[in-house]
Design a protein around this ligand. Structure first.
Ligand code: FRU
Length: 513
Protein backbone atom coordinates (compact mmCIF):
# COMPACT_ATOMS: atom_id res chain seq x y z
CA UNK A 1 0.00 0.00 0.00
CA UNK A 2 0.85 3.65 -0.13
CA UNK A 3 1.85 5.53 2.98
CA UNK A 4 4.08 8.29 1.75
CA UNK A 5 1.99 11.26 2.90
CA UNK A 6 1.21 9.68 6.26
CA UNK A 7 4.85 8.72 6.67
CA UNK A 8 6.10 12.23 5.94
CA UNK A 9 3.55 13.57 8.39
CA UNK A 10 4.65 11.08 11.02
CA UNK A 11 8.27 12.06 10.79
CA UNK A 12 7.37 15.73 10.86
CA UNK A 13 8.30 16.56 7.29
CA UNK A 14 4.82 17.91 6.64
CA UNK A 15 2.84 19.62 9.37
CA UNK A 16 -0.44 20.10 7.55
CA UNK A 17 -3.73 19.02 9.11
CA UNK A 18 -4.19 15.35 9.70
CA UNK A 19 -7.15 14.07 7.69
CA UNK A 20 -9.87 12.06 9.41
CA UNK A 21 -8.71 9.01 7.50
CA UNK A 22 -5.17 9.40 8.81
CA UNK A 23 -6.36 9.95 12.37
CA UNK A 24 -8.58 6.88 12.29
CA UNK A 25 -6.13 4.53 10.63
CA UNK A 26 -6.52 1.13 12.34
CA UNK A 27 -3.41 -0.28 13.97
CA UNK A 28 -1.86 -2.59 11.40
CA UNK A 29 1.01 -5.06 11.89
CA UNK A 30 2.26 -4.07 8.46
CA UNK A 31 3.03 -0.61 9.86
CA UNK A 32 5.54 -1.88 12.43
CA UNK A 33 8.63 -1.06 10.29
CA UNK A 34 7.26 2.44 9.67
CA UNK A 35 6.54 2.93 13.38
CA UNK A 36 10.01 1.63 14.19
CA UNK A 37 11.51 4.26 11.96
CA UNK A 38 9.40 6.91 13.65
CA UNK A 39 10.58 5.65 17.03
CA UNK A 40 14.24 5.76 15.95
CA UNK A 41 13.78 9.42 15.16
CA UNK A 42 11.83 10.19 18.34
CA UNK A 43 14.55 8.53 20.43
CA UNK A 44 16.97 11.27 19.46
CA UNK A 45 14.66 14.03 20.74
CA UNK A 46 16.15 16.09 23.57
CA UNK A 47 12.79 15.97 25.34
CA UNK A 48 12.63 12.19 25.79
CA UNK A 49 12.53 11.30 29.48
CA UNK A 50 14.45 8.83 31.60
CA UNK A 51 12.16 8.12 34.55
CA UNK A 52 8.68 8.82 33.21
CA UNK A 53 6.39 6.51 31.28
CA UNK A 54 6.42 8.08 27.83
CA UNK A 55 4.72 7.22 24.60
CA UNK A 56 6.47 4.67 22.42
CA UNK A 57 5.35 6.61 19.32
CA UNK A 58 2.50 9.01 18.65
CA UNK A 59 0.25 10.39 21.35
CA UNK A 60 -0.13 9.32 24.97
CA UNK A 61 -3.19 10.37 26.99
CA UNK A 62 -5.16 9.24 30.07
CA UNK A 63 -4.03 6.68 32.62
CA UNK A 64 -6.08 3.49 32.11
CA UNK A 65 -6.48 0.08 33.76
CA UNK A 66 -3.99 0.91 36.52
CA UNK A 67 -3.73 -2.09 38.87
CA UNK A 68 -1.64 -4.47 40.93
CA UNK A 69 -2.02 -7.86 39.29
CA UNK A 70 -0.03 -11.07 39.42
CA UNK A 71 2.83 -9.53 41.40
CA UNK A 72 3.24 -6.43 39.26
CA UNK A 73 1.87 -2.96 38.62
CA UNK A 74 0.13 -2.71 35.27
CA UNK A 75 -0.56 0.59 33.70
CA UNK A 76 -2.04 1.45 30.33
CA UNK A 77 -2.31 4.72 28.53
CA UNK A 78 -4.56 6.09 25.82
CA UNK A 79 -2.47 5.73 22.69
CA UNK A 80 -2.65 6.95 19.11
CA UNK A 81 0.36 5.34 17.39
CA UNK A 82 0.87 7.37 14.23
CA UNK A 83 1.51 10.92 15.43
CA UNK A 84 1.44 13.29 18.37
CA UNK A 85 -2.17 14.21 17.60
CA UNK A 86 -5.49 12.83 18.84
CA UNK A 87 -6.81 9.99 16.72
CA UNK A 88 -7.95 6.37 17.04
CA UNK A 89 -6.99 5.42 20.60
CA UNK A 90 -5.78 2.03 21.80
CA UNK A 91 -4.42 1.08 25.21
CA UNK A 92 -0.63 0.75 25.44
CA UNK A 93 0.64 -1.46 28.29
CA UNK A 94 3.59 -0.88 30.65
CA UNK A 95 4.62 -2.85 33.71
CA UNK A 96 6.55 -2.24 36.93
CA UNK A 97 7.41 -3.87 40.22
CA UNK A 98 8.03 -0.64 42.16
CA UNK A 99 6.17 2.14 40.27
CA UNK A 100 9.50 3.70 39.29
CA UNK A 101 11.17 1.20 36.92
CA UNK A 102 8.83 0.69 33.96
CA UNK A 103 8.95 -1.69 30.99
CA UNK A 104 7.20 -1.21 27.67
CA UNK A 105 5.03 -4.26 26.93
CA UNK A 106 3.25 -3.38 23.70
CA UNK A 107 -0.33 -2.65 22.79
CA UNK A 108 -2.87 -4.06 25.28
CA UNK A 109 -6.41 -3.30 24.21
CA UNK A 110 -6.67 -2.80 20.45
CA UNK A 111 -9.58 -0.77 19.14
CA UNK A 112 -10.60 -3.12 16.35
CA UNK A 113 -14.13 -4.30 17.16
CA UNK A 114 -17.57 -3.19 16.00
CA UNK A 115 -18.12 -1.21 19.22
CA UNK A 116 -14.71 0.45 19.53
CA UNK A 117 -13.76 1.04 15.90
CA UNK A 118 -13.30 4.76 16.68
CA UNK A 119 -11.40 4.25 19.90
CA UNK A 120 -10.91 2.12 22.98
CA UNK A 121 -11.52 5.03 25.31
CA UNK A 122 -10.58 5.25 28.97
CA UNK A 123 -11.40 2.67 31.61
CA UNK A 124 -10.07 0.99 34.69
CA UNK A 125 -8.59 -2.22 36.08
CA UNK A 126 -10.23 -4.66 38.46
CA UNK A 127 -8.67 -7.90 39.64
CA UNK A 128 -10.56 -11.07 40.56
CA UNK A 129 -9.73 -14.78 40.30
CA UNK A 130 -6.44 -14.31 38.47
CA UNK A 131 -7.99 -12.11 35.83
CA UNK A 132 -7.31 -8.45 35.27
CA UNK A 133 -10.65 -7.05 34.08
CA UNK A 134 -10.44 -3.91 31.99
CA UNK A 135 -13.82 -2.21 31.62
CA UNK A 136 -13.62 0.66 29.12
CA UNK A 137 -15.68 2.78 26.78
CA UNK A 138 -15.98 1.76 23.17
CA UNK A 139 -16.25 4.71 20.86
CA UNK A 140 -18.24 3.80 17.78
CA UNK A 141 -19.33 6.23 15.08
CA UNK A 142 -21.62 5.56 12.15
CA UNK A 143 -21.15 6.73 8.56
CA UNK A 144 -22.68 10.11 9.47
CA UNK A 145 -20.12 10.47 12.25
CA UNK A 146 -22.80 10.05 14.95
CA UNK A 147 -21.22 8.68 18.12
CA UNK A 148 -22.43 5.62 20.03
CA UNK A 149 -20.59 5.15 23.31
CA UNK A 150 -20.79 1.66 24.83
CA UNK A 151 -19.30 0.19 27.99
CA UNK A 152 -17.14 -2.77 27.06
CA UNK A 153 -14.99 -5.37 28.80
CA UNK A 154 -11.49 -6.52 27.95
CA UNK A 155 -9.40 -8.70 30.23
CA UNK A 156 -5.88 -9.94 30.63
CA UNK A 157 -5.14 -13.44 31.83
CA UNK A 158 -2.07 -14.39 33.88
CA UNK A 159 -0.17 -15.36 30.74
CA UNK A 160 -0.32 -11.71 29.67
CA UNK A 161 -2.77 -12.38 26.83
CA UNK A 162 -5.55 -9.87 26.17
CA UNK A 163 -9.13 -10.88 25.38
CA UNK A 164 -12.22 -8.87 24.59
CA UNK A 165 -15.73 -9.85 25.57
CA UNK A 166 -17.91 -9.56 22.49
CA UNK A 167 -21.09 -8.47 24.24
CA UNK A 168 -21.00 -4.90 25.63
CA UNK A 169 -21.58 -4.50 29.36
CA UNK A 170 -24.00 -1.76 28.49
CA UNK A 171 -25.14 0.11 25.39
CA UNK A 172 -26.09 3.74 25.04
CA UNK A 173 -27.60 5.15 28.22
CA UNK A 174 -30.81 7.06 27.67
CA UNK A 175 -31.33 10.56 28.98
CA UNK A 176 -27.74 11.65 28.37
CA UNK A 177 -25.81 13.07 25.43
CA UNK A 178 -23.18 11.12 23.47
CA UNK A 179 -20.72 11.90 26.27
CA UNK A 180 -20.87 8.89 28.61
CA UNK A 181 -17.61 7.20 29.36
CA UNK A 182 -14.63 6.15 31.52
CA UNK A 183 -15.94 3.30 33.75
CA UNK A 184 -14.03 2.99 37.03
CA UNK A 185 -14.96 -0.31 38.65
CA UNK A 186 -15.08 -1.25 42.33
CA UNK A 187 -16.77 -3.86 44.49
CA UNK A 188 -18.87 -3.19 47.57
CA UNK A 189 -18.89 -6.16 49.96
CA UNK A 190 -21.71 -4.55 52.01
CA UNK A 191 -24.27 -5.22 49.28
CA UNK A 192 -22.47 -7.69 47.01
CA UNK A 193 -22.58 -5.44 43.95
CA UNK A 194 -19.91 -4.50 41.47
CA UNK A 195 -20.15 -0.85 40.58
CA UNK A 196 -18.71 1.44 38.04
CA UNK A 197 -18.88 5.16 37.86
CA UNK A 198 -19.19 6.97 34.54
CA UNK A 199 -18.72 10.58 33.58
CA UNK A 200 -21.80 11.73 31.65
CA UNK A 201 -23.27 14.86 30.14
CA UNK A 202 -27.00 15.36 30.57
CA UNK A 203 -29.31 16.77 27.91
CA UNK A 204 -28.92 20.27 29.39
CA UNK A 205 -25.19 19.85 28.71
CA UNK A 206 -24.15 19.58 32.35
CA UNK A 207 -21.47 17.23 33.62
CA UNK A 208 -22.77 14.49 35.95
CA UNK A 209 -21.66 11.34 37.77
CA UNK A 210 -23.50 8.11 36.98
CA UNK A 211 -23.33 4.86 38.93
CA UNK A 212 -23.96 1.50 37.25
CA UNK A 213 -24.07 -1.80 39.08
CA UNK A 214 -24.37 -5.57 38.69
CA UNK A 215 -23.92 -8.76 40.67
CA UNK A 216 -21.55 -10.04 37.99
CA UNK A 217 -18.56 -8.40 36.35
CA UNK A 218 -19.36 -9.73 32.90
CA UNK A 219 -23.15 -9.18 32.60
CA UNK A 220 -26.34 -7.87 34.16
CA UNK A 221 -25.28 -4.21 34.39
CA UNK A 222 -28.01 -1.68 35.17
CA UNK A 223 -28.09 2.06 35.67
CA UNK A 224 -28.18 2.51 39.45
CA UNK A 225 -28.60 6.28 39.26
CA UNK A 226 -27.05 9.67 39.03
CA UNK A 227 -24.87 10.49 42.00
CA UNK A 228 -25.73 13.78 43.69
CA UNK A 229 -23.12 15.72 45.56
CA UNK A 230 -24.58 17.45 48.58
CA UNK A 231 -24.27 21.22 48.31
CA UNK A 232 -22.79 21.17 44.80
CA UNK A 233 -24.49 21.35 41.43
CA UNK A 234 -22.09 22.76 38.90
CA UNK A 235 -19.30 20.65 37.45
CA UNK A 236 -19.17 22.35 34.07
CA UNK A 237 -20.29 20.81 30.79
CA UNK A 238 -18.69 17.39 31.30
CA UNK A 239 -17.09 15.31 34.01
CA UNK A 240 -14.39 12.95 32.72
CA UNK A 241 -12.73 10.02 34.50
CA UNK A 242 -14.67 10.18 37.79
CA UNK A 243 -13.83 7.59 40.46
CA UNK A 244 -14.71 6.70 44.02
CA UNK A 245 -11.86 5.33 46.09
CA UNK A 246 -12.28 4.00 49.63
CA UNK A 247 -9.47 5.19 51.90
CA UNK A 248 -9.91 4.01 55.47
CA UNK A 249 -13.33 5.18 56.58
CA UNK A 250 -13.50 7.99 54.02
CA UNK A 251 -14.21 8.13 50.32
CA UNK A 252 -12.08 10.05 47.89
CA UNK A 253 -13.88 11.25 44.78
CA UNK A 254 -11.43 12.05 41.98
CA UNK A 255 -12.73 13.64 38.77
CA UNK A 256 -11.80 15.80 35.80
CA UNK A 257 -14.44 18.50 35.29
CA UNK A 258 -14.53 20.50 32.07
CA UNK A 259 -15.77 24.05 31.78
CA UNK A 260 -15.21 25.44 35.29
CA UNK A 261 -14.32 29.10 35.68
CA UNK A 262 -11.02 30.13 37.29
CA UNK A 263 -11.36 31.10 40.97
CA UNK A 264 -8.64 33.47 42.12
CA UNK A 265 -5.34 31.68 41.60
CA UNK A 266 -7.01 28.29 41.28
CA UNK A 267 -8.58 26.45 38.34
CA UNK A 268 -6.40 28.29 35.81
CA UNK A 269 -5.95 25.35 33.43
CA UNK A 270 -8.37 24.79 30.56
CA UNK A 271 -9.71 21.65 32.29
CA UNK A 272 -9.05 20.67 35.88
CA UNK A 273 -8.46 17.55 37.88
CA UNK A 274 -10.08 17.74 41.28
CA UNK A 275 -11.09 15.78 44.37
CA UNK A 276 -13.51 15.73 47.28
CA UNK A 277 -13.02 13.87 50.55
CA UNK A 278 -16.27 12.72 52.15
CA UNK A 279 -18.78 10.00 52.86
CA UNK A 280 -20.87 8.03 50.44
CA UNK A 281 -24.53 7.21 50.94
CA UNK A 282 -25.10 4.33 48.53
CA UNK A 283 -28.83 4.00 49.34
CA UNK A 284 -29.62 7.56 48.30
CA UNK A 285 -26.75 7.72 45.79
CA UNK A 286 -25.36 10.82 47.39
CA UNK A 287 -21.82 11.92 48.13
CA UNK A 288 -21.48 14.06 51.25
CA UNK A 289 -18.31 16.11 51.03
CA UNK A 290 -16.34 17.20 54.10
CA UNK A 291 -15.32 20.41 52.35
CA UNK A 292 -14.97 22.02 48.93
CA UNK A 293 -13.39 20.23 46.00
CA UNK A 294 -9.77 21.07 45.36
CA UNK A 295 -7.22 20.69 42.60
CA UNK A 296 -5.05 17.59 42.79
CA UNK A 297 -2.18 19.46 41.19
CA UNK A 298 -1.12 23.10 40.99
CA UNK A 299 0.99 23.03 37.83
CA UNK A 300 0.06 23.53 34.19
CA UNK A 301 -0.34 19.99 32.92
CA UNK A 302 -2.24 17.35 34.85
CA UNK A 303 -5.44 15.52 33.91
CA UNK A 304 -7.48 12.31 33.93
CA UNK A 305 -5.86 10.90 37.09
CA UNK A 306 -6.73 7.36 38.10
CA UNK A 307 -6.25 5.43 41.35
CA UNK A 308 -4.91 1.91 40.99
CA UNK A 309 -6.96 -1.14 41.92
CA UNK A 310 -4.56 -2.56 44.50
CA UNK A 311 -4.08 -4.30 47.82
CA UNK A 312 -0.47 -3.29 48.43
CA UNK A 313 -1.15 -0.20 50.51
CA UNK A 314 -3.91 -0.38 53.08
CA UNK A 315 -6.06 2.76 53.47
CA UNK A 316 -3.91 4.48 50.87
CA UNK A 317 -4.30 5.01 47.15
CA UNK A 318 -1.80 5.03 44.31
CA UNK A 319 -2.56 7.65 41.72
CA UNK A 320 -1.19 8.35 38.28
CA UNK A 321 -2.26 10.82 35.62
CA UNK A 322 -1.74 12.08 32.12
CA UNK A 323 1.00 14.74 32.23
CA UNK A 324 -1.03 16.83 29.79
CA UNK A 325 -4.54 18.10 29.15
CA UNK A 326 -6.89 17.67 26.20
CA UNK A 327 -7.17 20.57 23.79
CA UNK A 328 -3.71 21.77 24.86
CA UNK A 329 -0.83 21.68 22.37
CA UNK A 330 2.60 20.27 23.12
CA UNK A 331 3.94 21.40 19.78
CA UNK A 332 7.71 20.99 20.07
CA UNK A 333 7.36 17.21 20.36
CA UNK A 334 4.24 16.93 18.17
CA UNK A 335 6.45 18.21 15.35
CA UNK A 336 8.76 15.29 16.10
CA UNK A 337 5.96 12.73 15.90
CA UNK A 338 5.07 12.25 19.55
CA UNK A 339 3.38 13.77 22.55
CA UNK A 340 2.70 12.95 26.17
CA UNK A 341 3.92 11.42 29.41
CA UNK A 342 2.43 9.88 32.49
CA UNK A 343 3.19 11.73 35.71
CA UNK A 344 5.16 10.05 38.49
CA UNK A 345 2.82 7.79 40.50
CA UNK A 346 1.86 9.24 43.89
CA UNK A 347 0.96 7.60 47.16
CA UNK A 348 -2.18 9.17 48.60
CA UNK A 349 -3.35 9.18 52.19
CA UNK A 350 -5.84 11.15 54.25
CA UNK A 351 -4.25 12.61 57.35
CA UNK A 352 -6.11 14.91 59.73
CA UNK A 353 -8.86 15.22 57.14
CA UNK A 354 -6.41 16.39 54.47
CA UNK A 355 -5.16 14.69 51.35
CA UNK A 356 -1.43 13.99 51.28
CA UNK A 357 0.30 13.08 48.02
CA UNK A 358 3.84 11.76 48.28
CA UNK A 359 6.25 10.21 45.80
CA UNK A 360 6.39 6.42 46.18
CA UNK A 361 9.33 5.10 48.21
CA UNK A 362 11.26 3.70 45.21
CA UNK A 363 11.76 7.25 43.87
CA UNK A 364 14.68 7.36 46.35
CA UNK A 365 16.45 5.10 43.87
CA UNK A 366 16.36 7.84 41.26
CA UNK A 367 19.00 9.76 43.14
CA UNK A 368 22.50 9.40 41.70
CA UNK A 369 25.62 11.47 42.37
CA UNK A 370 25.35 14.76 44.19
CA UNK A 371 26.13 17.59 41.76
CA UNK A 372 25.70 20.45 44.20
CA UNK A 373 24.91 20.97 47.85
CA UNK A 374 24.71 24.48 49.16
CA UNK A 375 23.07 26.96 51.47
CA UNK A 376 24.43 29.83 49.41
CA UNK A 377 23.64 31.15 45.99
CA UNK A 378 25.02 29.00 43.20
CA UNK A 379 25.10 28.73 39.43
CA UNK A 380 25.47 25.52 37.45
CA UNK A 381 26.58 26.36 33.93
CA UNK A 382 25.34 23.04 32.62
CA UNK A 383 22.60 21.61 34.78
CA UNK A 384 21.80 17.91 34.48
CA UNK A 385 18.77 17.63 32.21
CA UNK A 386 17.37 15.02 34.56
CA UNK A 387 17.86 15.57 38.27
CA UNK A 388 16.29 15.42 41.71
CA UNK A 389 16.50 18.65 43.69
CA UNK A 390 15.83 18.70 47.42
CA UNK A 391 15.16 21.96 49.17
CA UNK A 392 15.27 21.85 52.92
CA UNK A 393 13.50 25.06 53.70
CA UNK A 394 13.41 27.37 56.63
CA UNK A 395 10.46 29.28 55.21
CA UNK A 396 12.52 32.10 53.76
CA UNK A 397 12.52 33.76 50.33
CA UNK A 398 13.76 31.52 47.63
CA UNK A 399 14.35 31.46 43.88
CA UNK A 400 15.38 28.63 41.60
CA UNK A 401 15.79 29.14 37.87
CA UNK A 402 15.95 25.93 35.83
CA UNK A 403 17.05 25.70 32.19
CA UNK A 404 18.03 29.35 32.26
CA UNK A 405 19.52 30.94 29.16
CA UNK A 406 22.47 33.35 29.41
CA UNK A 407 20.15 36.09 28.26
CA UNK A 408 16.81 35.21 29.81
CA UNK A 409 15.19 33.11 32.51
CA UNK A 410 14.04 29.55 32.19
CA UNK A 411 11.50 27.80 34.41
CA UNK A 412 11.48 29.99 37.49
CA UNK A 413 10.28 28.93 40.92
CA UNK A 414 9.95 31.79 43.40
CA UNK A 415 8.80 31.65 46.98
CA UNK A 416 7.91 34.80 48.84
CA UNK A 417 7.92 34.30 52.57
CA UNK A 418 5.89 37.37 53.46
CA UNK A 419 2.90 36.42 51.34
CA UNK A 420 3.61 32.67 51.62
CA UNK A 421 3.20 32.42 47.86
CA UNK A 422 4.97 30.09 45.51
CA UNK A 423 5.01 31.14 41.87
CA UNK A 424 6.10 29.04 38.92
CA UNK A 425 6.78 30.82 35.65
CA UNK A 426 7.53 29.19 32.28
CA UNK A 427 6.90 32.34 30.24
CA UNK A 428 10.52 33.14 29.35
CA UNK A 429 11.48 29.79 27.89
CA UNK A 430 12.06 29.84 24.14
CA UNK A 431 9.36 27.27 23.37
CA UNK A 432 6.04 28.72 24.52
CA UNK A 433 3.46 26.22 25.79
CA UNK A 434 -0.24 27.05 25.79
CA UNK A 435 0.53 30.64 26.74
CA UNK A 436 -3.11 31.59 26.13
CA UNK A 437 -3.83 30.02 29.50
CA UNK A 438 -1.18 32.09 31.24
CA UNK A 439 2.50 31.45 31.85
CA UNK A 440 2.48 31.53 35.65
CA UNK A 441 0.71 29.60 38.41
CA UNK A 442 0.47 30.86 41.96
CA UNK A 443 0.03 28.76 45.04
CA UNK A 444 -0.58 29.94 48.58
CA UNK A 445 1.27 27.73 51.07
CA UNK A 446 -0.80 27.72 54.22
CA UNK A 447 2.15 26.48 56.28
CA UNK A 448 4.92 28.29 54.44
CA UNK A 449 7.67 26.47 52.56
CA UNK A 450 9.07 23.73 54.77
CA UNK A 451 10.62 21.51 52.16
CA UNK A 452 10.30 20.59 48.55
CA UNK A 453 11.53 17.85 46.25
CA UNK A 454 11.69 18.68 42.56
CA UNK A 455 11.94 16.02 39.88
CA UNK A 456 13.29 17.32 36.58
CA UNK A 457 13.20 14.97 33.60
CA UNK A 458 14.28 16.66 30.32
CA UNK A 459 10.83 18.10 29.56
CA UNK A 460 9.02 17.98 32.89
CA UNK A 461 9.16 19.47 36.37
CA UNK A 462 7.23 17.95 39.27
CA UNK A 463 7.37 19.54 42.71
CA UNK A 464 6.26 17.78 45.88
CA UNK A 465 5.88 20.41 48.58
CA UNK A 466 5.79 20.13 52.40
CA UNK A 467 5.74 16.37 52.71
CA UNK A 468 2.78 15.83 50.41
CA UNK A 469 0.71 18.97 51.06
CA UNK A 470 0.87 20.18 47.45
CA UNK A 471 2.09 18.91 44.10
CA UNK A 472 2.78 20.94 41.00
CA UNK A 473 3.44 19.34 37.60
CA UNK A 474 4.53 21.18 34.47
CA UNK A 475 5.82 20.36 31.00
CA UNK A 476 8.59 22.47 29.48
CA UNK A 477 10.62 22.09 26.28
CA UNK A 478 13.99 23.75 26.94
CA UNK A 479 16.44 24.18 24.06
CA UNK A 480 20.07 23.09 24.38
CA UNK A 481 21.09 26.71 25.00
CA UNK A 482 18.74 26.81 27.97
CA UNK A 483 21.02 24.97 30.38
CA UNK A 484 21.92 26.89 33.52
CA UNK A 485 20.60 26.40 37.00
CA UNK A 486 20.63 29.38 39.31
CA UNK A 487 19.66 29.19 42.96
CA UNK A 488 19.43 32.08 45.36
CA UNK A 489 18.77 30.26 48.59
CA UNK A 490 18.45 32.33 51.67
CA UNK A 491 19.43 29.84 54.29
CA UNK A 492 17.60 27.04 52.49
CA UNK A 493 19.77 24.06 51.80
CA UNK A 494 19.62 22.90 48.19
CA UNK A 495 20.90 19.49 47.09
CA UNK A 496 21.02 18.54 43.42
CA UNK A 497 21.33 14.87 42.49
CA UNK A 498 21.91 13.52 39.03
CA UNK A 499 18.86 11.38 38.18
CA UNK A 500 19.22 7.76 37.12
CA UNK A 501 17.40 6.09 34.26
CA UNK A 502 14.50 3.82 35.21
CA UNK A 503 12.58 3.71 31.93
CA UNK A 504 14.17 2.31 28.76
CA UNK A 505 13.17 3.97 25.53
CA UNK A 506 12.63 0.66 23.74
CA UNK A 507 10.41 -0.08 20.78
CA UNK A 508 7.73 -2.67 21.17
CA UNK A 509 4.28 -2.64 19.60
CA UNK A 510 3.16 -6.26 19.56
CA UNK A 511 4.05 -8.29 22.67
CA UNK A 512 5.05 -11.31 20.58
CA UNK A 513 7.06 -9.22 18.10
C1 FRU B 1 -10.07 12.36 28.89
C2 FRU B 1 -10.81 11.65 27.77
C3 FRU B 1 -11.74 10.59 28.30
C4 FRU B 1 -11.86 9.64 27.14
C5 FRU B 1 -10.45 9.67 26.57
C6 FRU B 1 -10.36 9.52 25.09
O1 FRU B 1 -8.88 12.93 28.48
O2 FRU B 1 -11.48 12.57 26.95
O3 FRU B 1 -12.96 11.10 28.76
O4 FRU B 1 -12.24 8.37 27.52
O5 FRU B 1 -9.90 10.91 26.96
O6 FRU B 1 -9.02 9.48 24.70
Amino acid sequence: FHYTTLYLKMIGEIMKEWTREERYRPLDKKDVPMLKELHEKIKTSIWRCQFHVQTVTGLLGDTNGFSWFNGKWHLFYQWFPYGGVHGLKHWYHVESTDLVHWKNKGVGVIADGPHDDHGAFSGSGFVENDILYLPYTGNHRDENWVRYPRQLLAYMTKDGVFHKQEKPLYGNIEGYSEHQRDPKMFYRPEDGYYYFMLGVQNLEKKGKFLLMRSESITEGWQVYGEMKIRGYEDFGFMVECPALEKMGDKWLLVFSPQGLQPQGDDFQNIYNNTYFIGDMDFENIEFIPDGPFKELDHGFDFYAAQCAHQDQFKDKAVLDAWFGISDMEYLPTVEQGYSGLQTMPRLLSIEGGKLKQRPVSATQELKGDIIEQSKEEFVLEQMPRACVIEIKGNDSDFMLDLFKHEKHSGFVITYNQESQTLIIDRGDLENPINADYGTTRKLHLENGLQECTIFVDHSSVEMFINDGEYVSSSRIFPTLEEKQMVSTGNGNEVIVYQAKRTVEDDFIIYPEQ
